[in-house]
Ligand binder design. Structure first.
Ligand code: ADP
Ligand code: MG
Length: 227
């Protein structure tokens, strides 16, 4: 067994790192390879203002949620990374890497933006039907490849067995992101709703897309009222 890299002192078996692709407030994301496969290492780092004990707890919680969600999504043929390895103690998760750019970048290129937003709506519906909310639906957390296929990432704030409110909030968070970062697409929210409703499979036991959109509109109303 070889340990070619010791990222911050933690040993990552079979991992060879290439370059840092994202330095976030909570995690550093590095691209590289794992057993010869194109991979991503997400290493969570402590946040200074939180107590070390709370920090460790949050890190473990988010990583274990992310790993559980990725595992179940794989079983459902959902387009998200394949989980390769995980270390809750040292705060890292290893997964497959997608080629492509973020939807954020793609929307800025303005090529068929409304189609992409509609298809994102459909992907969100699929996630909700599998039984998860995402918790952080921004256009930075979805990747688009050269065939315009979307891949969802970053499941640390997901909920397993979400309530209607969590599903409505997913749409609200994305709506706020679209309004703030992509305001040139005035009809974005209509496309999002269209894509979401259209992807409803009528699956027994799942919360219907109509109910989720109804709740989303309620949340929008609440937010407007308080603004
Ligand atoms: N599996 C992946 N394949 C390709 N790029 C990825 C992958 N996971 C993360 N990234 C890139 O790294 C960025 C940050 O990853 P993310 O999981 O969203 O971490 P954070 O919790 O810091 O937002 C993403 O916006 C994306 O650009
Ligand atoms: Mg992210």
């Amino acid at each position: 067994m070889s340990y070619p890299n010791t990222m911050g002192g933690a040993e990552i078996p079979m991992w060879i790192d290439e370059k840092i692709i994202h330095l976030g407030a909570e995690a550093t994301v590095t691209s590289g390879s794992w057993l010869g496969k194109s991979a991503i290492l997400k290493m969570r780092h402590p946040r200074g203002y939180r107590s070390p004990k709370l920090d460790r707890k949050l890190t473990r919680q988010r990583l274990s949620v992310e790993a559980r969600v990725l595992g179940k999504l794989q079983l459902n043929d959902f387009s998200s990374p394949v989980l390769f390895d995980l270390d809750l103690e040292n705060g890292w998760i290893l997964m497959s890497r997608f080629e492509g750019i973020t939807l954020y970048e793609s929307l800025n290129q303005a090529i068929e933006p409304l189609e992409k937003i509609r298809s994102f709506g459909g992907l969100i519906r699929k996630l909700h039907e599998i039984g998860f909310s995402h918790g952080d639906l921004t256009t930075h957390n979805v990747l688009i490849d050269e065939n315009n296929n979307l891949h969802l990432i970053d499941f640390g704030l997901s909920r397993i067995l979400p309530e209607l409110e969590h599903l409505g909030l997913d749409l609200q968070v994305l709506h706020e992101c679209l309004t703030a970062s992509h305001s040139e697409y005035e009809n974005a929210v209509d496309e999002l709703i269209y894509g979401y409703l259209n992807a409803d499979s009528g699956l027994l036991g799942s919360i219907s897309s109509k109910d989720v959109i109804f709740r989303f509109n309620e949340i929008r109303g609440r937010v407007r009222y308080h603004a």
